[in-house]
Design a protein around this ligand. Structure first.
Ligand code: IVH
Length: 666
């Protein structure tokens, strides 16, 4: 055979295999037996083995993986990968629908309802019809380039019949059957089981060796077509049909509905069918069908307002309550926990659950030894809902709350107007240990190599009595390396991590301090506005409140924290140890027209909405999806609709893109 003939043979095998593969993996409707497919594949493999140089880049043999990479590269999404707001009841959906009806002044809106697949979202990029990149969601702005693994997923086409550059998004998942198979194999190999198909899919997609991904049958349902500017595709239903036509796997359960009653009907039907699918779903996604309404309905910072995820009610199971024990948090708050007879709940083994506070236990009359109902809040944290008042129940003693701290025996207190009990002893060892745990955690000062166990040990040995003592540990080498399980190497690792933490940008320290109501996001906002610890310490309540997203309570809490003598001393000590007290990120730019002002963007502009949003937010302004009396400016593009009318009615400043650029230059 000459070269041309070999290539011709290869091409004809490849084309035939592609057709069969699409029938099998995408359409779920094979026209030949597996054996016939395998036989042709074998012929292709043999030919490629004999003539490796002639192997075609789109050959299905390339799905088997083989690339091993060191780490996944970061990739900034072309447009952020948004998530969805949640609905938990029919009432939530009625509100969702009403808000949209009000916004666009129309009733009986067409919605597209589809299954919410419990997997991981992925963005797939095609150039000239060829798959070039697969990126995970990451934080929504930047994801990880997992192309080498995506290339091994048989139901993702490497080549599509549309030769444009497009991006589609969908959900990668593992079928229940494949999940069971993988777990059986893991048990056989002495490896830990995956908790559920979602975790298994996530673990698989993040394998650096693509052979591992290829050996597990990841799958996909595609649900989002990014190139919506095309004139022919004007709604979601059409986009799904189109994606399926050009080679993608689209879930067949989706359906168009009119208004809320049909929507609820669909949800009730799918709730009953839920367990019959060979993949896990955790709800129903509802999207406005008509693309032309999307801009008008708008977006919040993280979610579109034209779609919502209805989450199925959490699974509820019963188990025996073996004991109730209180724990103390870093603020001194008491949380009561249930020790349970182990049970399987929503994919994991549950042995403990929260009982919140004493008030909750007393109100529900929860007793040790009773059977209790348990669910996972937000599908993550197990919580006890109520006791089962069976025949045995009345024989059990009524539970009584703790009066003293289980750690330091100090009397517990309840502040006026609150239900929680607090240990107010500032020397309570548990409070100190918990604050150190928080201080060193990844999102705070990120001191790796200092496990909770080590914190407890160093505290018990009196090497660290407050967080500033962490920065003295380097002078105690001889004593520490003689402690049990504390070799020279772990000491060095710990000291290195502590040293590195000194360079952290200020927002990490502000979060680490554990000021009430100051989470990660608020810490960053404070730093963007004040830049140095000195400025923060000198800020007045009014100055703090002027910042968007900081209300009276947060501002008060910051002021109160810095008033306390011990806290001021802590900051002084940290400064002396060389801990960085400056914000290294981008400071918010002040602009009298934009800072602290609210903008609404409507109509088509020369750049995507997100572009303007980023600029406004970098100036500490806010972008809102709907016009109200609180709106300061409405930026209008062509085809501005009802938002423009509303702005005119409310007498709100209406500006064009050009005007906005002028404001920016001021
Ligand atoms: S649409 C802008 N459709 O749910 C809208 N998402 O909670 C983008 N998901 O991050 C999402 N099934 O990972 C959409 N049929 C479906 C979905 C779906 C599962 C996931 C997706 C998203 C998350 C939001």
């Amino acid at each position: 055979m000459n070269k041309e003939m070999i290539i011709e043979n290869m091409r004809s095998y490849i084309e035939q295999l592609k057709i069969w593969s699409k029938e099998y993996y995408v359409n779920d409707n094979p026209s030949v037996e597996d054996a016939e497919y395998d036989a042709l594949m074998k012929k292709l493999i043999e030919l490629e083995f004999l003539y490796p140089d002639l192997t075609q880049t789109d050959s299905p043999t390339q799905y088997v993986g083989g690339t091993v990479i060191e780490k996944f590269e970061k990739f900034e999404h072309t447009t952020p990968m948004l998530s969805l707001a949640n609905a938990f009841s029919k009432e939530d959906l009625v509100n969702f629908n009403e808000q949209i009806e009000r916004n666009i002044d129309k009733i009986n809106i067409k919605y597209y309802c589809e299954l919410k697949i419990d997997g991981l979202s992925i963005s797939l990029h095609y150039k000239n019809g060829k798959l070039i990149k697969g990126v995970t969601r990451g934080d929504g702005i930047t994801g990880e380039d997992v192309t080498s693994n995506v290339m091994t997923i048989k139901s993702i086409p490497h080549v599509i019949s549309l030769k444009n550059d497009i991006e589609v998004r969908g959900e990668i998942y593992l079928s229940k059957a494949e999940f069971e198979r993988i777990n059986k194999e893991r048990i056989k190999n002495g490896e830990a089981k995956f908790a559920n198909p979602r975790n298994a899919a996530a673990g698989t997609l993040r394998q650096l060796d693509s052979k591992i991904a290829a050996s597990r049958k990841l799958d996909i349902w595609v649900y989002y077509f990014m190139n919506r500017d095309s004139n022919e595709i004007i709604n979601h239903a059409q986009s799904l049909e189109y994606m399926n036509k050009i080679g993608f796997k689209v879930n067949p359960e989706g359906m168009l509905v009119n208004g809320i009653d049909e929507m609820w009907n669909y949800i009730e039907k799918q709730t009953l069918k839920r367990n019959s699918f060979d993949y896990e779903i955790d709800g129903i996604v509802i999207k406005v069908n008509d693309f032309s309404l999307y801009e008008e309905i708008g977006y919040t910072a993280k979610t579109p307002k034209w779609a919502i995820a209805y989450k199925f009610p959490a699974e509820i199971k019963q188990s025996k309550l073996l004991d109730i024990f209180p724990t103390i948090g870093r603020t001194g708050r008491v949380t009561y926990n249930a020790k349970l007879e182990p049970l399987q709940l929503a994919g994991t083994t549950v042995r403990a659950a929260t009982l919140h506070n004493a008030e909750f236990i007393i109100e529900k009359d929860i007793r040790i030894g009773a059977m209790v109902k348990i669910k996972k809040a937000g599908d993550i944290i197990p919580e006890v809902i109520s006791p089962v008042k069976d025949d045995n129940f009345s024989k059990l003693s009524i539970w009584k709350k703790a009066l003293v701290c289980p750690e330091c025996s100090n009397l517990l207190e309840i502040t006026d107007g609150e239900v929680d009990q607090y240990c107010v002893n500032i020397d309570c060892p548990k409070k100190i240990i918990r604050s150190m745990e928080h201080f060193t955690s990844r999102e705070a000062m990120n001191i790796e190599g200092l496990s909770i166990k080590n914190i407890e040990k160093l505290f018990a040995e009196k090497f660290i009595l407050s967080v500033s003592d962490l920065y003295k540990l380097n002078t105690m080498k001889d004593k520490i390396i003689n402690l049990e399980n504390f070799g020279e190497k772990s000491f060095t690792n710990m000291i290195n991590a502590i040293e590195i933490s000194k360079k952290n940008s200020l927002e990490k320290l502000i979060f680490a301090l554990g000021i009430r109501h100051v989470g990660k996001k608020t810490a960053k906002i404070i730093c963007e506005n004040f830049n140095t610890i000195e400025n923060i310490m000198n800020a007045t309540q009014i100055e703090l409140e002027q910042i968007y997203d900081i209300g009276i309570i947060v501002a008060q809490s910051i002021i109160d924290w810095f008033k306390i003598k011990q806290n001021k001393r802590l900051i002084r000590e940290l400064i002396n140890f060389g801990v960085n007290m400056n914000y290294n990120g981008q400071k918010k730019i002040e602009n009298i027209y934009i800072t602290n002002k609210t903008f609404v963007i409507t109509g088509s502009l020369s750049r995507p909405r997100e572009y303007f949003q980023k600029i406004i937010e970098s100036h500490n302004g806010k972008v809102s999806g709907s016009v109200s009396s609180k709106t300061n400016y409405v930026i209008i593009g062509s085809d501005a609709g009802s938002k423009l009318e509303k702005a005119q009615k409310l007498n709100i400043k209406i500006i064009t893109e050009l005007d906005f650029n002028k404001l920016l230059e001021e």
